[in-house]
Design a protein around this ligand. Structure first.
Ligand SMILES: Nc1ncnc2c1ncn2[C@@H]1O[C@H](COP(=O)(O)OP(=O)(O)O)[C@@H](O)[C@H]1O
Ligand SMILES: N[C@@H](CCOP(=O)(O)O)C(=O)O
Length: 323
């Protein structure tokens, strides 16, 4: 998260008047993350997270996110729980933005995931996929293949400022993905942004998942591809096949992948890399002056995309093509 919108102590006191959260002792903006504005609240009832939803979150989608966190918790997953006002509502409005308060989760996210972390993450991802299967609400993924070109068009003219030739490379990758994107693989609720900063650990054990604000109904194996991108590359840009194997093994112990899902991993990984390249590229030029936010490097995902373009089978990710 980040802080794009500031909240005064008076505004916050008045807002908290609708909740049974005791007295406000302190609050501070959280610099981590890039999407929404987040504050850590300390009240006489404990710690909570206040989120003000920013540009990429449509207010109409908030009931899906809130309902999903409640659904997953009811199925035994540890994730933030929306705190309701005395009137029973989880969604409010603060400083001109839609807002919500959620419970604070214990644990730490890991800056340098090990093989053991990747294995545990794979299991947690699969458990989330299974727990989401009977969630009754649907949300289209606005950041899937049909959303990439409109996103690209907003940044195309400036893309080569980041690195020469970037616009042409994205155009070529996009055209290939648009004609070959798999649509028949098993669908369900996906997290769609399960990066290390959204997974809390206590030791090697996953203690909770956060940040469900990209969650949607989409191809389950696409979520696996997002995680391979986010967890299994080293700082020098090399893919770590041992981590990939661990992640996939952890996943398959809970939810085995079908042969078509395995076969689609290369194209899904290319799509996942392009999706984060594009949002990072757009944000590179769009972060407002004065916002408390750390921009993320689009080129990290350009390098990952180019790696995936050299892959032709699931085996290169650490899993056999056939089950
Ligand atoms: N429920 C929570 N419990 C504890 N810390 C949280 C919680 N939600 C967010 N945070 C803290 O805020 C940071 C950013 O949150 P995140 O949801 O990833 O933001 P964004 O949506 O902008 O990416 C996390 O890395 C964590 O430190
Ligand atoms: N994970 C995305 C950015 C979305 O914000 P996050 O802080 O929740 O990860 C990226 O790395 O581009």
């Amino acid at each position: 998260m980040a802080v794009y919108t500031d909240v005064t102590a008076d505004e916050l006191q008045a807002y908290l008047g609708d909740y049974d959260l005791g007295d406000l002792l302190s609050y501070k903006g959280i610099a981590e993350g890039v999407e929404n504005s987040n504050f850590l609240l300390h009240t006489t009832r404990g710690h909570f997270i206040l989120t003000l939803y920013e540009k990429r979150v449509a207010a109409g989608d908030l009931p899906f996110f809130i309902g999903l966190m409640e659904h997953l918790a009811a199925r035994g997953l540890t994730c933030p729980q929306p705190v309701k006002t005395r009137a029973g509502t989880a969604l409010g409005r603060l400083a001109g933005r839609p807002s919500a308060i959620v419970t604070f989760l214990d644990g730490m996210w890991v800056r340098r995931p090990t093989v053991a972390h990747c294995h545990a993450l794979g299991g947690a991802l699969a458990a989330m996929h299974l727990a989401g299967l009977d969630f009754s609400m649907q949300r289209r993924n606005s950041l899937s293949v049909d959303g990439w070109r409109p996103l690209f068009e907003t940044a195309r003219a400036r893309a080569d400022e980041v690195t020469p030739g970037l616009a042409d490379s994205i155009e070529a990758a996009l055209t290939t993905l648009e004609s070959g994107w798999p649509t028949e693989l098993p669908h369900g609720v996906i997290h769609a942004d399960l990066f290390p900063d959204n997974v809390f650990f206590l030791g090697d054990r996953v203690s909770g998942l956060i940040d469900f604000y990209f969650a949607c109904t989409d191809t389950l194996a696409y979520d696996v591809a997002i995680c391979l991108n986010a967890w299994c590359f080293e700082a020098d840009g090399a893919y770590n096949v041992t981590k990939g194997r661990a992640l996939l093994d952890g996943y398959e112990r809970v939810r085995p992948l079908s042969a078509p899902e395995r076969a689609a991993l290369p194209v899904l990984c290319r799509g996942a890399a392009l999706r984060f390249l594009l949002t990072r590229l757009v944000d590179w030029f769009a972060v407002p002056a004065g916002a408390l936010v750390r921009r993320k490097d689009p080129l990290e995902y350009y390098r990952k995309l180019r790696f995936h373009q050299t892959i032709d089978g699931a085996r290169d990710y650490g899993i056999e093509a056939a089950c």
